[in-house]
Design a binder for this molecule. Structure first.
Ligand code: ADP
Length: 259
């Protein structure tokens, strides 16, 4: 395990909440838009608790087989290969199912018995039930605004988790994060945060997702490595947000004034 703790700046009481959830082995749901530090938080917590972290980025093809395991053909033999969820359950790792709502419905079915008092995994292809190691914990993330309710998590699934919301940090903290992540000057960090705050308040633009801390970190990295400030903001903040030429132009003008 890497000994250097990942840098994470707390936003609220999430560290304390997670520690107690871990103590009680309660499944944990991180809610919030992309780029708000959810993955960084779980990396930080796994390091703090000295637990192995297994991360799965879920997408629409992610199935229970991908998580639980499959038979593979090796030479003349057919052998069983545990998937990452089975490995985590057996070894007592923390499994992080990033963007769980993206996965196929059979993934939700597969984790059910792990998210209640049973704490067991049913491996249907082997006809086996595996009891979870005492240190095993299930963590998932979910982006509530994304895709306008198309990929919601059912209430019956959500209620199996302790949940914490992640949002954009207050301006001072966000600027501090930029400085820590990129060694950029605080004066520039503050300007980037001002730009983000301004764009986040422009609801009339109808952006599906707004400026995340991640985009600001990217802009700060480009500036720190010597790319001109305006160009950095354009390519790291404005262009990723929209493909509508008018919106892009309007945002570019706004940012040019602010940096
Ligand atoms: P998410 O998983 O929510 O999409 P990430 O955890 O990947 O977002 O965060 C994106 C980037 O933003 C991180 O790599 C990190 O640079 C920065 N970041 C966001 N929030 C924090 C925080 N609270 N502390 C430290 N870095 C943060």
């Amino acid at each position: 395990m890497n000994n250097q703790a990942p840098y994470y700046h707390p936003i609220g009481k999430e560290i304390e909440v997670f520690e107690h959830s871990y103590k009680n082995k309660l499944p944990f749901l991180l809610k919030g838009p992309t780029g708000t530090g959810k993955s960084r938080f779980i990396e930080f917590m796994a390091h703090k608790l000295e637990k192995k972290l297994i991360t799965i980025s879920c997408h629409e093809e992610t199935s229970s087989t991908d998580l639980i395991g499959r038979y593979i053909i090796k030479g003349a033999e057919t052998i069983w290969l545990d998937g990452p969820l089975t490995t985590a359950v057996k070894e007592g790792a923390i499994i992080y199912l990033d963007e769980i709502a993206e996965a196929r419905p059979d993934v939700i079915v597969a984790i059910h018995s792990l998210t209640d008092h049973r704490r067991e995994l049913f491996i249907d292809k082997l006809g086996e039930i595996v009891k979870a190691h005492k240190d095993f914990m299930l963590v998932a993330s979910f982006n509530p605004g994304y895709q306008r309710g198309f990929k919601e998590l059912k209430p019956s699934t959500r209620q199996r988790f302790v949940a914490t919301s992640f949002a954009y940090p207050i301006a001072e903290i966000e600027a501090e994060i930029l400085v820590n992540e990129t060694e950029i000057a605080i004066s520039i960090a503050k300007k980037l945060v001002n730009i983000a705050t301004k764009i986040r308040n422009l609801t009339e633009l109808g952006l599906t997702e707004t400026v995340s801390t991640r985009l600001l970190v990217d802009a700060a990295k480009l500036i720190h490595s010597g790319l001109p400030k305006r160009l950095s903001v354009q390519v790291a903040v404005v262009e990723p947000l929209s493909d509508d030429l008018e919106v892009v132009e309007a945002l570019k003008d706004l940012c040019d004034l602010m940096i």
